[in-house]
Design a protein around this ligand. Sequence first.
Ligand code: TXA
Ligand code: MG
Length: 334
Amino acid sequence: MKSTTVIKTSDVENFELKLRQAADTLRSGGLVAFPTETVYGLGADAFNEDAVRLVYRVKGRPADNPLIVHIASLHRAELFAKEIPFKGRKLADIFWPGPLTLVMAGKSNIPSVVTAGLSTVALRVPKNAKTLRLLELFGGGVVGPSANLSGKPSPTEAEHVLNDLDGSIDVLIDDGRTTIGIESTVLDVTFDPPLILRQGGLSREAIEKVIGHIELPGHGSVLGRSPGTHHRHYAPKAQLILVRESDSEKFQRLYEDFRRQKMNVAAITHSIRVSGTSHSTRYMENSAEEYARNIFRLLRECDILGVDVILVEEIEDRGIGAAVMDRLRRAAEC
Ligand code: TXA
Ligand code: MG
């Protein structure tokens, strides 16, 4: 067991010094969990094979699922990318720092444990001032899968990271709740038109405004290219059931059926109001952004409360809502 040092960003005294020490920890092969605008990441030096292997080990992550390399700015992309295609550069200019990961042809000196043996590398500049400073101080690239145990909902608060990884990481930078709440959009720009490998915090619509048509994940063909998307993901212990938007009748019926079976039922809705509900009912605004911000936290809370069934009212499948629905469908499949 390691003892995990928690650095709170609200604790301004000596903060720069603490960040320098965190950068040193990365340099010496240690693990540093860091905040981003999407979810918390589990950081290690991308050029240190042993450190990267440790990331897989502590997460329990399958070895065939490659990692995103986090860098301080587009200038650093040249350390990892063989070339940056025109459309990729255009998107990076506009959306970095931000919730967009670009998959490009990778340089041959990247350890294969980072890319799971692929010829491509996934790069992202996260939008969090403290983490950007850490990346700048560190100088290289930092692998950063979400800082959760593999299969669990991604962490949107420092406490989620500690619940999963306390004692396995050296440092955790606690910056409170993340603002977006679901992971970055992963876009493969080695194809033209580029291909979305994972929907996420940046909507398809926003990307298409800049570079025109992009391809969405289909079945079959994309699975081979996007290794992470076929793994078990986002799974709460409870059974998750999706109910179509505004279908109050079905929602209420299911709710009562499960309650009659003495099940502990949680409800997450925006337009539907449930009668006779318990403490584990959450009403959200009718906004995809609010769903995104809260969904992983609520799934974790349901586990802590010992919920058996989570009923979730769907939201519209567009904008960031498409990414939220993708996560919910996966959670419902488990
Ligand atoms: O928002 C995020 O992206 C967060 C924060 C911490 O930056 N990170 C994150 O990492 O979600 P992770 O490891 O949980 O998900 C990375 C995704 C996986 O689906 C993985 O398969 C895909 O990116 N990926 C990484 N490298 C790839 C590559 N070379 N080709 C295709 N997909 C890749
Ligand atoms: Mg993940």
